[in-house]
Write a protein that binds this ligand. Structure first.
Ligand SMILES: N[C@](CCCC[B-](O)(O)O)(CCN1CCCCC1)C(=O)O
Ligand SMILES: [Mn+2]
Ligand SMILES: [Mn+2]
Ligand SMILES: [Mn+2]
Length: 342
């Protein structure tokens, strides 16, 4: 299979300058070099260029609605085209408002997709519940069918149509959820794992429950929307809304590795005891075929991945920026098949 890389240098979903340079610093951290180590082909689609609209007054306190709406309309077409061409698509942000275009473009090709949202935040505010008016805290609200009667007609977003059911979404890493968002999570019964849940259950169990929830009934394409602020700020300081107590390096990489490992029979869900027993037997090397089988099979179910909110202007030093960008590349590489075992 092939991977396409698309940069989305966009920042108007929030107020801090610099996140529009996210695609550049992620590439400068060696992204394309790291991707060339895999056996799949890599296509660089370059960066989208977004026009800044002159007249773009706030709407119900929502900032830059027409600019954000237009950018996402353009992004959704690019994502739909890339997925339709058979690529696994990697979208480099840019702020998280870009998920509106990325996920809806993906859903136009794959309406049965499921969404894994790795983030300190739920990003499910409506214009009425948003404490900031920043659209990077609202993308999920544009996607959910259950929220469509609570969403006003925002200028610039008339092209959008809700496409996602709450049961097809799982959050991992939450630790800064606004009151209105919490109400939606509870009333729609959305599956989520906070950092406390990760402390209690451990990341292996979190991923098992996530895949049982999303894939046990049937396998389908995964959209992974990864906000770098899911990591602890000590690991990812160069980002706009850091929150203490985030993912460790190993937890973040494990999430990515497990997403890569979906899609083979090796992981027919609900039979963990069997697979862990087979893994145990593997140590006697009597099941070598099993690992070869899964490695040949593992295209993985990942179809589109967003990597967003890397902001080079917010690192305290060049080293801090480099560390944040390199972490983003590590997560991307692990999602696409890089392993820690060789
Ligand atoms: N939930 C917030 C933050 C959104 C972050 C967007 B992301 O995840 O893409 O980076 C507001 C969070 N909270 C408001 C009260 C004071 C502390 C921050 C919002 O503005 O909606
Ligand atoms: Mn966030
Ligand atoms: Mn986010
Ligand atoms: Mn693999």
């Amino acid at each position: 299979h092939s991977v396409a890389v698309l940069g989305a240098p966009f920042s108007k979903g929030q107020k801090k300058r610099g996140v529009e340079h996210g695609p550049k610093v992620i590439r400068d951290a060696g992204l394309m070099e790291r991707l060339s180590n895999f056996d799949f082909s890599v296509h660089d689609f370059g960066d989208l260029n977004f026009q800044h609209l002159e007249e773009d007054e706030p709407y119900m306190d929502v900032k830059f609605p027409r600019t954000v709406g237009a950018a996402n309309k353009k992004l959704s077409a690019a994502v739909r085209n890339a997925v339709s061409a058979g690529h696994t698509l990697l979208m480099l942000g840019g702020d998280h408002s870009l998920a509106v275009g990325s996920v809806s473009g993906h859903a136009q090709h794959s309406p049965d997709l499921c969404l894994i949202w790795v983030d300190a935040h739920a990003d499910i505010n409506t214009p009425m519940t948003s404490p900031s008016g920043n659209l990077h805290g609202q993308p999920v609200a544009f996607m959910l069918k259950e929220l469509q009667d609570k969403m006003p007609d925002i200028p610039g977003f008339s092209w959008t149509k809700p496409f996602l059911s709450s049961r097809d979404l799982v959050y991992i890493g939450l630790r800064d959820v606004d009151p209105g968002e919490y109400q939606f999570l509870k009333s729609f019964g959305i599956q989520y794992f906070t950092m406390r849940d990760i402390d209690r259950l451990g990341i292996q169990r979190v991923m098992e429950v996530t895949f049982d929830h999303l894939l046990a009934r049937k396998q389908r394409p995964i959209h992974l929307s990864f906000d770098i602020d899911a990591f602890d700020p000590s690991l990812a300081p160069a980002t706009g809304t850091p929150v203490n107590g985030g993912l460790t390096y190993r937890e973040g990489i494990y999430i990515a590795e497990e997403i890569h490992n979906t899609g083979t029979d090796h992981y027919s869900y609900g039979f963990h005891f069997l697979w862990s027993f087979l893994d145990f037997l593997k140590v006697f090397d009597c099941l070598a075929f099993e690992s070869n089988l899964s490695s040949s099979w593992c295209a993985g179910l990942l179809s589109v991945m967003d990597m967003v909110e890397v902001n080079p202007d917010l690192g305290a030093s060049p080293e801090a920026v480099e560390a944040t960008a390199t972490l983003a590349v590590d997560v991307i590489a692990s999602s696409l098949g890089q392993t820690r075992e060789g």
